[in-house]
Write a protein that binds this ligand. Structure first.
Ligand SMILES: Nc1ncnc2c1ncn2[C@@H]1O[C@H](COP(=O)(O)OP(=O)(O)OP(=O)(O)O)[C@@H](O)[C@H]1O
Ligand SMILES: [Mg+2]
Length: 284
């Protein structure tokens, strides 16, 4: 208790660097814990000593204005960027994520709005891309088709006409659903979605938000980036706010309302939140 970025009392704004995961009871260990993560690109410092906890069976919304560092943080967890400094703890063990392969091997799946799928392939092919099932040296189409259909049904994705339809013919929301279903099928433990609803209409957004909740019901840790605070408040259990590369607030959704999140996003402080009001004293 009393450590930064823990639920409850410790989830104040701008948690000071804590004593580290070793002092935490195993039961309260989040699936992924980042401590002091920094990343720069040339003269641009994109992340400054970022702490982040992503617990299983919870949705964490990562909020922040344009350029705050959300995508850089996501790509650092996905192994696309190598961080300059900082620690990654996975299920209580310190790990190093240096490549997308490292990230995938841990059970981390990242879903991007446009980049996740191969347009010219159908749904089944996309879901098994690079991990195709073989039988007697041939692709086992029947078994792959069955597994893909079962996963989509389990997630109650019902609007897709045929799982043999090329992904290029799907709507934005359906593509998103296939990308999420792929993550579920491969037993991921953490799914990160970078702006999954940005380009979607009302009904498709609804479908993706429902999917996010189902991932959580399956026990997965979910991190979702969204500029839409309505979406955030609908699905998130936790909120983390980045501003200019710094984590300025993190805690249970119950401690925030929309205005508080906006305050943190724009100024780094909020006097509306109990126990908060002290922002980052540092210089920008
Ligand atoms: N590959 C890169 N090379 C150089 N600078 C980068 C690179 N990627 C990101 N940056 C810089 O890092 C900072 C954070 O960018 P990032 O893409 O993480 O922002 P974001 O929070 O995802 O914003 P948005 O809401 O607009 O997507 C920005 O100043 C950006 O210009
Ligand atoms: Mg981004």
């Amino acid at each position: 208790m009393g450590q930064p970025a823990q639920p409850g009392a410790a989830s104040q704004a701008v948690a000071p660097r804590g004593p580290g995961p070793a002092a935490t009871a195993a039961t309260s260990e989040p699936l992924l814990r980042l401590r002091g993560v920094s990343k720069h690109f040339g003269a641009v410092q994109a992340l400054y000593g970022v702490d982040l906890d992503l617990p299983s069976a919870q949705v964490t919304a990562l909020c922040g204005d344009n350029g705050a560092g959300k995508s850089v943080l996501t790509k650092s967890i996905a192994g696309i960027h190598q961080v300059d400094e900082g620690e990654f703890w996975w299920e209580g063990r310190q790990v190093h994520i240096r490549t997308p392969r490292d990230s995938a091997a841990l059970g981390i799946e990242t879903v991007y709005q446009d980049l996740a799928l191969a347009d010219n392939l159908d749904i089944v092919q996309n879901m098994f891309l690079g991990r195709e099932r073989l039988r007697a040296g041939l692709l086992d189409e029947d078994s792959m088709e069955r597994a893909a259909a079962e996963t989509l049904a389990e997630l109650r994705v019902t609007t897709v006409r045929s799982i043999r339809q090329p992904v290029a013919t799907l709507s934005g929301g359906q593509r998103q659903a296939v990308a999420v279903a792929k993550a579920v099928m491969w037993n991921s433990k953490l799914v990160m979605l970078d702006e999954p609803t940005a380009a979607l209409g009302v009904a498709q957004t609804r479908m993706v938000l429902d999917l996010i909740l189902r991932l959580k019901d399956h026990g997965l840790a979910v991190m979702v980036i969204s500029h839409n605070l309505n979406d955030v408040f609908e699905v998130a259990d936790r909120v983390a706010v980045l501003r200019l590369g710094r984590m300025v607030a993190q805690g249970s959704i119950a401690e925030f309302d929309s205005q508080t999140v906006v305050d943190y996003m724009t100024t780094g402080v909020s006097d509306r939140r109990p126990g908060a009001g002290r922002g980052d004293p540092g210089r920008d």
